[in-house]
Design a protein around this ligand. Structure first.
Ligand code: ARG
Ligand code: ZN
Length: 883
């Protein structure tokens, strides 16, 4: 059943207080809920519809009186009271649930013996009957009782107000959350857990106990998470003036979790891979993700919890904003440019394809079948770009004013994306023209720019034209409001001072406090539009879309020489990287054409030189260098082709990699040598950046499959003191099939057999391999003792990893598709959310040649026809077939 934004209706009943009582058991768990219900309009009776799924109703009382069968309607999804009282009343419902059998990991379930919950988006209805929608905000208490030996720790939201022992070896705890919250923020945890404790004193003097809970042996691995949490708390005070609002903040790490983490009020629950880290078992990338996600969930306390969403269509209100906040946090903790490059790459690699495929949807979707399918890169990452555009337009202080007004107006409320827009606009008296289209139009806008210089008038003109491609359900689009940050470089590579720009018959001053600026933000709002800069003494080279000021595809008339010039000189470091990427994309596309016509591949020496000068520029940040010498991904190139050809793109990318490696062999060897260090591991910018560059160089060298270089990598593997370097060496060696690969993979497994997070990396590394016919290996690994189809992390490692190798997923014999089709059906019976994520790998099947299309279609049709298919998988598979 499809649900539409335009059908939103205010609830007829509000819930004021909710008192829950859980009796946790091995065979069954009993949940009692006592709700005070307030009719929205007193004196008028409407039916009260409660959501409920997989629940056994034991009893229901209204104002203390047990209801009889004829007083309510019960179906597989609802409990309906046809005409409840028209004055406030009390509803008491007892249900029985079976968390030990819950493999969907939604609602109350068990993970390695402990009880835990995941309620967002609609999991609370698997715990008890409720109006399970975010605009129902209530104050909760939660009484939990369980066996004291099996479940010594009992946690829920808010403050612990009472605890004690009961008969039969049981005990209880009573929690009270003073803040109103929607049901999706409810959480409960019970089990054998130990905490790392610390204290954070807020700037107004509140002493907050911080506890990170995990199984005993993992406590040493929570130091980085605790450090990240404290840094996030401080940062939110400094940058947004936002303080924590309770005396206790708990984080629990669980090994079985569908997503990354969850911001339940004062009781965040995390996938353990985003909490646990030690130098030997986690990479720099893991450390960085932990920092970002701990920040993300903490930041939700204000953007999500204190101010929440009116309905699930507004998800980006909290997610786009909170991703933006976590990106800014990570930028301030490390290198801003490198973080920006990583975030934009992510957008291009994952969001652009979604925006151009059958699941394309606006940042605020218009409809869904299953909300879980809309926790997407569009809602999260494109949503964060939309928030970033406000900041680009308003500046830091204007953005802060908008945030302040947003909290002033909406603290304690469930609101919409327009409310956020209105706060930004009103706090700054801003004209945002048609900016709201970013929330309602799907598709990545394509912006073309043509430039011309007039030496008589000393003017420089940029003509913009934009086009938003059609997407499912949206054949025609309006032009969008696109902020384009721009600078002009003189022939020495310096920024020209900008003073005024002529636009639509008016000359606008763009200086700031009387001083010329080096970057200005043009407001492109029409299908076609021209901007003319005055007082430009010579023909400049434009640096367009600095810092990637809008989530668009840009097509400019810059020549290769202009791009090499920008790569060398642009003061905007993001655009230096971007210039290299544009050159890389052009080069790859032209070599792909050569490859398809059986022409010999030749690498442009200018490109090699450009890469060389970046690699050898000691003034540059090393992580920036690592990013700048990394070629655009295969998916990005396939995306730009009429018909995606995974074999050609793969062959070309390998060719360029090897060619660079052999032509710059000396430079890469020096890079590895100069950036080796025996210092103990530290997660700081200096060390991380060194490792990043060294590992990138090592990967280039090992691609040559030359005995001496394999030895070098083996030596790095053996001497490494941390996983970042050890795993990079392993990855470098594993590029080439052969004995070295087999033995080092076996060695690594022996070493890490006991650590499930490290073993998952070992699974991914093998699954993602481009070695021809790798589907066979992956099938074998399904039966490996380390694999378990019920654990999402393992599925993402092995099956998700396999989908990360285009040549094998799209193997011409259809073996990849068939494998994936079978697995999706198997997964769907256990965990529909995870199955839906896997089936998404099919969604762009129409991008390939006819043979591949036919093979993929067979699998999608097989899936859609399966008996008892979940709504999750049905939505993605059927939309993929339809588009
Ligand atoms: N709100 C969580 C976050 O911080 C994600 C919850 C995902 N839930 C789901 N059913 N997909 O991003
Ligand atoms: Zn979030």
């Amino acid at each position: 059943k499809e649900i539409f934004l335009k059908h939103y209706k205010m609830p007829d009943y509000f819930f004021d207080t909710v008192d829950l009582k859980f009796s946790l058991g091995e065979d069954k768990t009993i949940v009692c809920s006592r709700i005070t219900v307030l009719p929205r309009v007193e004196g008028v009776s409407f039916p009260l519809i409660l959501d409920g799924q997989d629940l056994k109703l034991v009893s229901i009382k209204l104002n203390g009186e047990e209801l009889k069968k004829e007083d309510f309607v019960l179906d597989s999804r609802h409990l309906i009271l046809a005409s409840p009282p028209t004055k406030p009343f009390i509803l008491e419902i007892v249900t029985e649930i079976y968390p030990q059998n819950n493999t969907s990991l939604e609602g109350l379930y068990k993970s390695s013996g402990n009880f835990c919950t995941q309620c967002e988006a609609e999991g609370f209805r698997k715990i008890t009957f409720y109006q399970d929608r975010p605009d129902i905000m209530a104050k909760y208490t939660c009484h939990v009782e369980a066996d004291k030996t099996l479940y010594p720790v009992l946690l829920s939201n808010g403050n612990l107000i009472e605890q004690g022992d009961l008969e039969d070896g049981r005990h209880y705890a009573l929690w009270e959350d003073p803040f109103k919250k929607p049901s999706y923020l409810f959480a409960l945890v019970a089990g054998q857990l130990i905490s790392r404790d610390d204290t954070f004193v807020t700037r107004s003097g509140r002493k907050v106990s911080l506890r990170i809970w995990t199984k005993a042996e993992d406590v040493p691995k929570t130091a980085h998470a605790m450090h990240s949490l404290m840094a996030a708390m401080k940062w939110d005070e400094e940058v947004f003036g936002l303080e924590y609002d309770l005396d206790l903040f708990n984080i629990v790490a669980v090994p079985d979790f569908n997503m990354g983490a969850m911001e339940n009020k004062s009781l965040n629950i995390f996938n353990s891979k985003l909490v646990l880290a030690s130098p030997e078992t986690a990479t720099d990338a893991d450390y960085a993700s932990i920092l970002g996600v701990i920040g993300h969930e903490y930041f939700h306390n204000w953007t999500g919890n204190r101010v929440t969403c009116r309905d699930w269509f507004q998800l980006s209100l909290k997610e786009g904003l909170t991703v933006f906040r976590d990106q800014e946090f990570s930028s301030d903790m490390g290198s801003r440019t490198v973080k920006r490059i990583a975030d934009v790459s992510r957008l291009r690699t994952y969001q652009f394809p979604q925006d151009a495929g059958p699941m394309a949807h606006p940042v605020r979707p218009h409809s869904y079948i299953k909300m879980d399918n809309f926790y997407t890169v569009t809602v999260y990452e494109k949503g964060a770009e939309v928030v970033r555009m406000y900041k680009t337009l308003l500046g830091s202080s204007g953005f802060r004013k908008g945030m302040d007004l947003y909290f002033k107006r909406h603290d304690g409320q469930a609101v919409t994306c327009e409310d956020f827009f209105a706060a930004m606009r009103d706090a700054n008296d801003a004209d945002f023209s048609n900016f709201l289209l970013w929330y309602s139009q799907a598709g990545t806008p394509l912006v073309k720019v043509t430039s011309s210089y007039n030496s008589e008038t000393n003017t420089y003109s940029l003509k913009f034209s934009q086009q938003v491609p059609p997407t499912p359900g949206q054949p025609v689009k309006d032009p969008m409001f696109i902020p384009v940050a721009i600078g002009l470089l003189d022939s020495n590579g310096n920024d020209l001072p900008l003073t005024s720009v002529f636009h639509e018959g008016l000359l606008h001053s763009i200086s700031s406090n009387g001083h010329p600026v080096s970057t200005t933000v043009l407001r492109v709002t029409k299908e076609e539009e021209e901007f003319v800069f005055h007082d430009i003494p010579h023909k400049p080279v434009p640096s367009i879309l600095r810092n990637y000021s809008a989530p668009i595809r840009l097509d400019s008339d810059l020549t290769d020489d202009d791009l090499f010039f920008l790569l060398d000189h642009d003061s905007d470091e993001f655009n230096r990287w971007e210039a290299g990427q544009i050159l890389g994309r052009k080069l790859m596309l032209s070599l792909v054409a050569d490859y398809q016509q059986n022409k010999p591949l030749v690498l442009n020496p200018k490109f090699v030189n450009g890469m060389k000068s970046i690699l050898c520029d000691s003034s540059l940040d090393k992580e920036f260098i690592a990013k700048a010498i990394t070629l655009p991904g295969e998916g990005e190139i396939m995306d730009m082709m009429e018909v995606a050809d995974p074999d050609a793109v793969h062959a070309v990318r390998c060719f360029i990699k090897k060619q660079l490696a052999s032509e710059l062999r000396g430079e890469f060897l020096t890079t590895v040598k100069d950036n080796s260090s025996a210092e103990p591991y530290e997660f700081n910018h200096h060390n991380m950046t060194r490792r990043a560059l060294k590992n990138t160089a090592l990967a280039y060298l090992a691609s040559l499959d030359d005995l001496e270089l394999t030895k070098l990598a083996l030596n790095e593997y053996k001497s490494a003191t941390n996983l970042t370097e050890q795993f990079a060496a392993l990855t470098a060696i594993a590029q080439n099939p052969g004995e070295a690969r087999d033995s080092v993979l076996a060695d690594f497994y022996r070493k890490w057999e006991h650590d499930y997070l490290v073993v998952n990396k070992w699974l991914t590394l093998q699954a993602i391999s481009d070695i021809p016919g790798n589907v066979k290996n992956v099938q074998r690994l399904l039966n490996h003792p380390s694999f378990d189809i019920r654990n999402p992390n393992k599925v993402y490692s092995l099956i998700g990893g396999f989908c990360g190798s285009p040549v094998n997923l799209h193997a011409k014999d259809g073996s990849g598709y068939e494998f994936l089709g079978d697995i999706v059906l198997q997964l769907d019976k256990l965990n529909p959310q995870v199955a839906a994520r896997m089936v998404s790998a099919f969604s762009r099947w129409r991008r390939y040649d006819e043979t591949r299309q036919a093979l993929a279609k067979v699998q999608l049709e097989k899936i859609v026809a399966a008996n008892g298919l979940s709504e999750n998988v049905y939505e993605i598979a059927s939309k993929s077939l339809a588009a």
